[in-house]
Design a protein around this ligand. Structure first.
Ligand SMILES: Cc1cc2nc3c(=O)[nH]c(=O)nc-3n(C[C@H](O)[C@H](O)[C@H](O)COP(=O)(O)O)c2cc1C
Ligand code: SF4
Ligand code: SF4
Length: 275
């Protein structure tokens, strides 16, 4: 295949792990191909006003976290507007050490429907949004080495790809499996959608959470409150400088602890190339 003109990376990343992997992969590929890199962050609503548009000679990298085993459903309408002009692309998902289920195949299909040919794909582990101990600190040094190895494999195989064909990845082809559903201590599923964070007395009103909420649901003038949908991304919980946001719901906490106990073993990263 012809050398791409630029690397065009785009990501949704409330707690920053997807951003780390997409940026590292993009920069490493830019270095190897010796071409410019552009990165688009569509985490907050202002980043999702214009649809993602790529040129035919871009190498596109599209990254999202795994939510309930799938691509976050709040992004589906936005990503359906993506247009790729037959560029080659790489879907990347970040998951919190449980499983990526059908998220990678779903993101691959989204790229393909938008006119981007997915020639490689990766599922990497990031610290779980709900926890500070599940996959703590990942992507770490070892993960970044994996990302660089993956970049080298893409670069190394590039010249030998004649006709780019969509990469095969694990997962159930469309119609995908249903969303993974958390259980409470009685083993029953509960209405996860209704859970919202609460704010304790340590809030200084700095407004960080209002700026970073991907749903734009925290009002700047009163950041202790919620005025919209919460997708439980945990950006406000993890990035509040005084640790003032929490999820106190029993079922939520049981689920987070269960994940920490059940998935304590380090899960490897997985990546797929055409060669
Ligand atoms: C609502 C929600 C659902 C999640 N579901 C899964 C899951 O099914 N499997 C998994 O391994 N991790 C899951 N995670 C963890 C995230 O995929 C993981 O922490 C990811 O690295 C977060 O990406 P970010 O740092 O870019 O926000 C979930 C996180 C959230 C907020
Ligand atoms: S980031 Fe924390 S301290 Fe700042 S406004 Fe939000 S809750 Fe308050
Ligand atoms: S309010 Fe909900 S959606 Fe907004 S940052 Fe906090 S956890 Fe994420």
């Amino acid at each position: 295949m012809k050398i791409p003109n630029r690397i065009a990376g785009a990501y949704f990343s409330p707690t920053g792990t997807t951003r780390s992997v997409v940026s590292c992969l993009a920069n490493e590929l830019g270095r190897l191909f010796n071409i410019p890199v552009v990165l688009t962050d569509f985490t907050v609503p202002a980043g999702r006003i214009a649809p993602l548009q790529f040129e035919g000679d871009d190498l596109v990298i599209l990254g999202t976290p795994v939510y309930a085993g799938r691509v976050p459903n709040v992004l589906l309408k936005y990503l359906a507007q993506l247009s790729g002009k037959k560029a080659a692309g790489i879907p990347i998902v970040l998951f919190g050490n449980r499983a990526y289920d059908d998220a990678l195949i779903e993101l691959r299909d989204i790229l393909e429907r938008g006119g981007v040919t997915p020639i490689a794909a990766g599922a990497f582990v990031g610290e779980h949004s709900f926890s500070r101990i599940l996959a703590a600190g990942r992507p770490d040094k070892k993960d970044i080495e994996d990302v660089k190895r993956f970049a080298f494999e893409v670069f190394n195989g590039w010249a030998s790809i004649q006709e780019p064909a969509p990469i095969q990845v694990p997962g159930t082809p469309y119609p995908y499996r249903g969303y993974f559903s958390p259980r409470n201590s009685q083993g029953n599923s509960f209405d996860f959608k209704k859970i919202v964070p609460f704010t304790d007395g340590n809030c200084t009103g700095c407004g960080t959470c209002a700026r970073i909420c991907p749903m734009g649901s925290i009002p700047m003038e009163n950041p202790k409150t919620l005025a919209g949908i919460c997708i439980k991304c945990c950006a406000c919980v993890k990035l509040c400088p005084t640790g003032a946001k929490h999820f106190g719901h029993d079922g939520y906490q049981f689920h987070a602890t269960e994940l920490e106990e059940k998935y304590a073993t380090r899960h490897p990263n997985e990546w797929f190339t055409l060669l």
